[in-house]
Design a protein around this ligand. Structure first.
Ligand SMILES: [Zn+2]
Length: 191
């Protein structure tokens, strides 16, 4: 299943009912990306937000976090979150992983990026999610501590038995597919 990001983001149109600059009711949401006021010229770009996540593996199992809050509460996601102002995607991935699991990867390798749609408090955000791979070990498992209010449970799902119907986000599903197929390719090449 692929989410129609632009279709979802069109729903951001009604977020501003009045122009925040002149109060006009004629403010419009244009091309799924900007609010524009024909009366005073106000422009506000609802730009794509950057996010980063970690595909962490240990002995053929992938680290997944059960979400403790909306959106997609109860579903499974990778450690990750939104890039903060002034932050790189790599630093975001490390920070979010540490905050959410209590463990910080030693090393990251870029995997892929995918678009996603993230609806928060009634506002849809189109995102570009960058994913990095990492390895975790027994020491990491010992350090695991789910972030209160954010993460309900930390689990390691075998790559051959990933719970696809419980995955929270389209971008997560897509990067796991890429990770799996890359693993199969390298396994074939290694033979
Ligand atoms: Zn205006």
């Amino acid at each position: 299943m692929e989410i129609d990001v632009l279709g979802g983001i069109e729903a951001a149109g009604p977020v501003f009912r009045f122009c925040p600059s002149c109060g006009s009711r004629r403010i419009g949401f244009v091309a799924g990306r900007k609010w524009s006021c024909p009366d005073c010229g106000f422009l506000y770009f609802h730009n794509v937000a950057a996010a980063a996540g970690v595909v962490a593996e240990r002995e053929g199992a992938i680290l997944l976090l059960r979400r403790a809050k909306e959106p997609r509460k109860g579903f499974l996601a990778l450690p990750g979150g939104f890039v903060e102002p002034g932050e790189s995607a790599e630093d975001c991935a490390l920070r979010e992983c540490l905050e959410e699991t209590g463990w910080k990867p030693d090393r990251l390798e870029f995997l892929a990026s995918f678009p996603n749609l993230y609806e928060y408090e009634g506002v849809p955000y189109a995102t570009c999610d960058s994913f990095f791979s990492a390895r975790f070990d027994a020491g990491a498992v010992a350090a695991f501590a789910p972030e209160p209010g954010e993460v309900e449970e930390i689990l390691a799902a075998p790559l051959g038995k990933l719970p696809w119907n419980e995955i929270a986000f389209d971008s997560t599903r897509r990067v796991l597919e890429v990770y799996l197929s890359a693993g199969e390719t390298s396994a074939v090449q290694g033979d």
